[in-house]
Write a protein that binds this ligand. Sequence first.
Ligand code: ATP
Length: 296
Amino acid sequence: LLIASRPARALGSLNAALQEGLAGLSRVFGVMDERRRILDAPDAAPLPAGRGRIAFEHVGFTYEGVPDAALAGLSFTAEPGQTVALVGPSGAGKSTAIALVPRLYDVTEGRVVIDGADIRGVTLASLRDAIAYVGQDAVIFDDTARANIAAGHEGATQAEVEAAARAAAAHDFIAALPQGYDTRLGSGGSRLSGGQRQRIALARALLRNPRILLLDEATSALDAENEALVQQALARLRSGRTTLVIAHRLATVRDADRIVVMEGGRAVEQGRHGELMVADGLYARLVKTQAFGTEG
Ligand code: ATP
């Protein structure tokens, strides 16, 4: 993943990223690049208390060595507890926007504001502590089921781990493993199905109880039972916290409080499903061409 010139430092960051549940996201972005290290500002303060209001204000971002901006003038707001769905064609900038929230990268223009604070002035530890990321490819460590759920929250009791596992619909299959919660899951979770790995990742996120949830919805099909269980767990996880989701399911965009339709790094439309269907623009086209699949 990253064998940088200063392994101790790099491993320190990696460890922190793992605890924060951001390992998948870091891997997707190949970050922890020494050239663009994100560090605490000298006068960084903890993230202010709040309920997870996120505002992108005229955000621009350009990857190093890439002429075209990945994001340009991107503005949208997620109010506390809302689910905002990011949609748009491949390359529109959805993943890049998500990566800015835990500061895997810093904006090159504009700002991202969480609960009133420009996140560049916030300590990374407090920022990342407030965020959970659940991606398509759930990160499972070669450790016990319990340790996998408690990662990033090492003080958790068995009762807390189990409550999170129940809420994530993971308790029953874990209890049926040879040593229950003490069963080692194997590297990459090799003894689990895709849906089971996702539910472990959801339990981990639930246990941390973050005010912000970043979600990259799976495109790969799970079997119907796993799909239903994962969706129920996600609904529990989303409730009461602010969620930004890269949406691949029609059901998710239909239910979203706000849909931000992206193209070329900008928000070209915003609104709810019904409004955007009436507007008959890019969103309506994406829906009609079944870009979100046909299930509902
Ligand atoms: P997809 O739906 O395919 O995941 P997306 O909407 O998430 O696409 P991004 O992955 O954010 O879009 O990409 C936005 C732009 O930034 C694209 O032009 C992409 O090629 C570029 N890009 C993404 N990641 C990097 C990177 N690590 N280095 C350089 N350019 C990148």
